[in-house]
Design a protein around this ligand. Sequence first.
Ligand SMILES: N[C@@H](CCSC[C@H](N)C(=O)O)C(=O)O
Length: 384
Amino acid sequence: MDWRSKLLHPDAPPAGFKSLAPSTHRASTTVFPNFAATADATWQKPYTYGIYGTPTTLDLSQRIATMTGGSHTFIVPSGQAGIALINLALLRPGDHVLIPDTIYGTHRDLMRQLITQLHIEATFYNPLGTLSAHLRPNTRLVWFESPGSVTMEVQNIPALMEELRGKDILTVIDDTYSAGVLFRPFDHGIDISMQAISKYIGGHSDLVLGCVTTAPHTDHALYLKLGDTFRILGLTASPDDCTLALRGLQTLSVRLAAAAESALTLARALENHPAIAIVLHPSLPSNPGHSSFMRDFTGPAALFSIVFHEHTTREQTEAFVDALRFFMIGYSWGGTTSVVMAYPDDTRIVAQHGPRLVRFGIGLEYTADLLEDIHQALAVAKIS
Ligand SMILES: N[C@@H](CCSC[C@H](N)C(=O)O)C(=O)O
């Protein structure tokens, strides 16, 4: 074979090689051993087309399904892609979907734009309220997100699931806050969980991925409905990002525990600060849904918000954010570096707390440094 041809045909994988690092298997084309093997090449069979998964993506899928107690996990390009997959796979024109008013912002946009354009009714409910008054004969899907990822309300999932008992309504939770480990959706009878792997599982702010996991009590038809929509939407994930996520899983428990401890220390240190009206952290008794959190969660994550007193202006809140030195200004939390964000234009949040809410995603910095940074930024912004 000419050298030009030899360079185009890979040799067999090295036998006997094994390392401790997750392998990265990339593919568009996966090679069939013979033509007969192409006969039943579907997305459900491993390694028929790179878009359906490689050994790397399927390893991540299996590990997340096992970690969360799920049946099947689909790895998708982002958490938002997972949200879209669930809604587009399970809703049809004429259906009704219920979403908590605290849902992730881009999820709200999906509901108000694409879902509505598909003649699907999307209505919002108070995450701390009940469902019955909102249910309709055409309600097909109810979403939970607990805690709300900015205002931190914890939903009473057992009570809400009791309201849905015996009804032909699927339930799904955005479980990103708990990383699939601090809360056990399937133990509460929820049918599907999704999370942004981008956050705690990736854990280093260097990838965007999502996952959708079906509960062990769900039927194969649900798996097929999600999988076929996954296929026709082409929601494939990068094996390189999956390798980073596999590495992130290895340290998830210790990173989450350390960041959560730091976040709770900061929340408690700020709880009685004269400049702060309320600290929104699920572990604090003052937090909306605190009793549900203490009953249903095994511990907090590292996300919480503060709300300054009513005399604090929007300008002072923004000056506070700008004055922070260790906290990076950004939305996506769950990494090793602490992040901060304000929401002065979010109508829901401003209606509840005014333009004075600031959310912290705590990382792995030395906690005292973070507290000192907050104190110095309060002084710079003249918030008291
Ligand atoms: N509810 C979480 C996760 C939503 S998806 C996050 C990210 N934009 C992604 O697409 O991976 C949140 O509030 O961030």
